[in-house]
Design a binder for this molecule. Structure first.
Ligand code: FPP
Length: 247
């Protein structure tokens, strides 16, 4: 685990093209301050801005944030409502700035479970930011890795049943066309905050060869300096993709 923090963006070494983040620790951050859990999520929104800034300063092309899992629907109703409100607020208040900065936002997951108002605001931010070419920002909402793979398998099976796909021809590239992340390269770097060493059902297919950086920082305290530290840690890794020498 690396905690070395440095004020400037990392330039010496490979820059990860795609960075994914499991934003963890909002509840603990709030609990440490005797605040309700939703106060931690609200503060976490500032850290989202920091991560975006860090990614843009570093030259990362794709940033994927795990904002709400399929399992999170089992949290107390009031926390779910607070999180959906926050998402709506985020989509409405950041829309213009993200558009100006050239950030293309996509919201990926089972959006049918979202309330109509939140869904309308995420669709509006997607539409307004479409074509942004400096950074692609994926917000994973109502998302789980297993659900995503199951959905892809169902869609592949439907094509086979229709006779438009030969089962013998199904390979990794076929399945990838049915993932929410279709067309995107796999993450090079996964950051998880709050010192937890788990994948929590996140991008199970796409993380096969991703480098993992665990940050001890609770998500609301995460800044662009922590982002830079994670990238520096990544730059020290030798990526072999199962081979003997670096790929
Ligand atoms: C995990 O912390 C975090 C979440 C379930 C929500 C993440 C949401 C945000 C960062 C806020 C807004 C985001 C966007 C994109 C608008 P936890 O509650 O599991 O923390 P704990 O493990 O300390 O309880």
């Amino acid at each position: 685990m690396t905690t070395q923090r440095n004020g400037s963006a990392p330039v010496d070494g490979p820059i990860p093209h795609h960075v994914a983040i499991i934003m963890d620790g909002n509840g603990r951050w709030a609990c440490d301050r005797d605040l309700p859990r939703h106060a931690g999520h609200r503060e976490g929104m500032k850290a989202v801005r920091q991560a975006i800034e860090g990614a843009m300063e570093t030259g990362v092309g794709i940033l994927t944030l795990f904002a709400f899992s399929t399992e999170n629907w089992q949290r107390p109703e009031e926390e779910i409502v607070a999180l959906m409100r926050l998402l709506k607020l985020y989509a409405e208040s950041e829309r213009e700035e993200l558009q100006e900065k050239g950030v293309e936002v996509r919201v990926l997951g089972d959006l049918a479970r979202m309330d109509a108002e939140t869904r309308a605001s995420v669709e509006a931010i997607e539409e307004a930011t479409q074509g942004g070419s400096r950074l692609r920002l994926n917000l994973m909402i109502s998302y789980s890795g297993r659900e995503e793979i199951l959905r892809a398998v169902r869609l592949v099976a439907a094509e086979v049943a229709r006779g438009s796909l030969d089962p013998e021809a199904v390979d990794a590239r076929t399945l990838e066309k049915f993932l929410h992340t279709r067309g995107l390269p796999d993450p090079d770097l996964l950051i998880r905050t709050s010192g937890e060493f788990r994948l929590s059902n996140f991008m199970l297919w796409q993380l096969a060869y991703t480098e993992i950086h665990i940050s001890p920082v609770l998500w609301p305290d995460f800044t662009r300096l922590d982002f830079f530290a994670a990238v520096r840690d990544y730059q020290r890794r030798e990526r072999r993709f199962g081979r003997v020498t670096a790929g």
